[in-house]
Design a protein around this ligand. Structure first.
Ligand code: LAG
Ligand code: CA
Length: 722
């Protein structure tokens, strides 16, 4: 684990060049910083690799110095005049001109050859990454580095320790070069002698400075390439992500909140104020690429793509990228809803317009902003037979133009879009409409994706998290099982069963099938399943599930269902966060210009302006804390009747449900140490006092509990009053 973090850190440092704003090269210089709490905390002083962290910050400082001293140079047509403009009288200009000239000349020589050397070296490394050599002479460093790679054919044979040792050796060299450059630019900025040098030397300098600038820019991209190639090296060393089932939650966090239709700026703030502090694991955003502007601005316009430009009712690419970084800083991962089965459907007029202003003609299959044309789509036919997999996959879902994912250009465009999102720091994807795409094609697409970048605190070489929408209630030609080798699959039976149980149509005892042990043979394997009470479709009668599905409108039942989903040990949990709706097409709250309204917040933390914000409901956010706390404990001591269902999570937590219309009092075994516990559904422990129901657990771990109709009581160690 330690090694893992270290690789993350070093790569993080070396590749900080990827952060927006840092851009060395002819277009100018921006901010550059290495600070990161994770980075700092990952090194212990006794660690021999501590040195790497020090060196990398030395390099960072040097680069900062270079930037500080050279700020405007590349933007001006004549670098020499830029230099003289920078030149300020200083005591150092007492040097005689000739001395100064020859000193500076040799400085420039040294620097530009240093830059060239570093650039070449980085390019070499990039071509062939670290092996296992010993370096003697620093000047042979980079070559040895490359040569040592020649014999390595099996990635699994690569030893990360040795690679880190090499880092230890090559970073000083980089630091040295960068420091030289920094010193040089400092002296250049502090003297006015530049004005006096001969025109011949000026010319030479101009050339060299330009080559230096080019060198910088090459180094930057080479470093970036090194970092991007690094993930191919030690695959599988740390964490097996080949099943793409790791959501990459930060420690002691879990649960993905779908902030349906939210704007990026609002999501960023929500990450900082609510999701981070309440220890949610991640946030799912609604489709962010350009889609159809529908006349009614229905929510479902997001499922009619027009291009892969990131511009939606939620905001621009810039806003999205800022949001990802702010959420990451708050410890919250970001997942994007990705629609690539189809493009927009024909409408009543032509052309149709997208949210970025692009036009398209879906009937003619023309989407010039991608560009897609008729050759990239399946032949025209409507899906009309769910017992026929080919019909389901190669025909149109409700006349949405059906992309042909076996076409290499189509794949390339999809992979390009997803890789771009990875570059922006996302942890993974909700893949829309997977039932309607061939798993073989999806496999090729997923296999072509880059690893998530260590720059954003992912383990090295990890594959993105993928959760696929395959609505399988057991009766169709396409089954969810066809997709579980590719990534996680949404378990839609969950919505149905949990809805029927808490809706009062099924015995509470049936909850057992929603535990890891009880689910075998009934549900998908727990490690490949994502579960939720409702999603943006079935909460409003779209998709499947009909009247069984619970949503925020049935509050007590809904809270029970969500509490159960978060308390059990099955699957990865997602929490729906809605806006209030009265008809099933209705889009998000908007103003008179059709701009989505930001949520407002009442004093008690609940949302206003038409937003429901289930994720802020105290019962739900406290259950996230419960979930995190009991993570890894066994689910046992199941106690069930037709109306009630209770279980322990190790000796850390206990929960009990009553799905009947009657009040029930009963004694339960809680597995908890003796004491008084605050029920975290009805209240919480605040300054040592419980604002809700207090439950007495006796010396045997038993407690008499009275449950109101359709209610749940949850206790855990942190809610112990005394
Ligand atoms: C999904 N998963 O497989 C999404 O979760 C779901 O929200 C999408 O349907 C669907 N697949 C396609 O991505 C949604 C609405 C549909 C809507 C569609 C496209 O549930 O009702 O269809 O997005 O916008 C709409 C109209 C249809 C019409 C269609 C084409 O509602 O009546 O046939 O557009 O014009
Ligand atoms: Ca299809």
């Amino acid at each position: 684990m330690k090694q893992l973090l270290i690789i993350v850190c070093c790569t993080l440092v070396v590749t900080n060049a990827q952060f927006p704003g840092f851009n060395i090269g002819p277009s100018g210089f921006g901010g550059f910083s290495f600070s990161s709490p994770l980075f700092n905390s990952s090194f212990t002083p006794s660690n021999p690799l501590d040195r790497i962290s020090k060196l990398t910050s030395t390099i960072g400082n040097a680069v900062n110095n270079v930037q500080r001293n050279l700020p405007r140079l590349p933007q001006l047509p004549n670098p020499i005049s830029a230099f003289s403009r920078f030149a300020r009288p200083s005591s150092s200009s007492v040097n005689s001109n000739s001395n100064f000239n020859s000193n500076q000349n040799s400085n420039v020589n040294r620097v530009s050859s240093g830059v060239d050397a570093a650039r070449n070296a980085f390019n070499e490394i990039m071509n062939r990454l670290p092996g296992v050599p010993n370096f003697g002479n620093p000047s042979d460093l980079f070559n040895s580095f490359r040569d040592s790679m020649n014999n390595i054919t099996d990635q699994r044979a690569v030893n990360p320790d040795q690679i880190l040792n090499q880092m230890n050796q090559f970073l000083p060299e980089v630091a040295r070069v960068m420091n030289n450059i920094a010193n040089y630019t400092k002296s250049a900025a502090n003297t006015d002698a530049w004005r006096n040098i001969s025109s011949a030397i000026r010319q030479q300098m101009q050339d060299r400075i330009q080559s230096m600038v080019r060198g910088f820019s090459n180094i930057t991209s080479a470093i970036r390439n090194v970092a991007n190639s690094l993930p191919n090296l030690v695959a599988n060393q740390a964490l097996n992500t080949t099943l793409r089932n790791q959501p990459f939650f930060f420690p002691n966090r879990s649960g993905i909140v779908h902030l349906f239709e939210w704007k990026f700026d609002d999501i960023a703030e929500e990450c900082e104020k609510v999701l981070g502090p309440n220890r949610y694991g991640g946030v799912q955003v609604s489709p962010i690429n350009e889609y159809l502007v529908s006349s009614s601005r229905a929510w479902w316009e997001r499922y009619q793509p027009v291009s892969y430009e990131i511009k939606s009712r939620s905001g621009t690419e810039r806003q999205f990228s800022d949001m990802v970084q702010r959420c990451l800083k708050a410890g919250v991962r970001v997942y994007v809803d990705v629609v690539v089965n189809h493009m927009a459907a024909p409408g009543s007029s032509t052309p149709l317009y997208g949210t970025a202003g692009s036009t398209c003609d879906p009937l003619a299959r023309e989407f010039p902003a991608v560009p897609f044309n008729a050759s990239h789509f399946h032949a025209d036919c409507l899906i009309d037979d769910y017992n026929n997999a080919t019909n389901v996959r190669d025909c149109e879902l409700g006349s949405l133009a059906d992309l042909d994912q076996s076409n290499s250009f189509v794949r390339e465009k999809i992979v390009g879009y997803l890789n771009h999102l990875i570059d922006l720091g996302v942890a993974g994807f909700r893949m829309d409409a997977c039932k309607h795409m061939d798993p073989e094609d999806l496999k090729i697409i997923y296999d072509s994706l880059k690893p998530v970048s260590p720059l954003y605190f992912y383990p090295p070489f990890a594959r993105p998290f993928i959760y696929q929408e395959v609505i399988d209630l057991g009766s169709e030609a396409v089954s969810a099982k066809e997709y579980t080798d590719l990534g996680v699959v949404m378990e839609f039976q969950w919505c149905l069963v949990v809805g029927d149980i808490f809706g009062g149509n099924l015995s509470a005892a049936a909850l057992e099938m929603l535990t890891k042990n009880g689910s075998t043979g009934v549900l998908l394997p727990s490690s490949q399943a994502l579960v939720f009470v409702d999603n943006h479709d079935n909460q409003r009668g779209h998709g499947a599930g009909g009247a069984s599905i619970l949503n925020y409108k049935q509050k007590p039942q809904y809270i029970q269902a969500v509490a159960f989903t978060l308390a059990t040990d099955y699957g990865i949990a997602r929490v729906m966060s809605s806006y209030d709706f009265s008809n099933s097409d209705q889009g998000p709250p908007e103003d008179s210009l059709q701009i989505i309204k930001s949520p407002g917040f009442a004093a008690d933390g609940s949302c206003t302006n038409g937003w429901v914000c289930e994720h802020r409901w105290p019962e739900i956010r406290r259950m996230i804390l419960f979930k995190n706390y009991v993570d890894g404990t066994p689910l046992d001591h199941i106690q069930s009747t037709n109306e009630t269902f209770a279980f322990c999570r190790g000796e850390k937590g206990f929960i009990v449900f009553n799905n009947s219309e009657d009040t029930i009092t009963q004694v339960y075994h809680t597995c908890l140490p003796q004491g008084q516990y605050c029920d975290i559904i009805s209240g919480e422990l605040s300054k040592g006092a419980c604002t809700g129901t207090v439950i007495n657990v006796d010396a045997n771990g038993d407690a008499q509990i009275t449950l109101a109709k359709n209610s749940v009581v949850a206790l855990y160690i942190p809610s112990k009053v005394v």
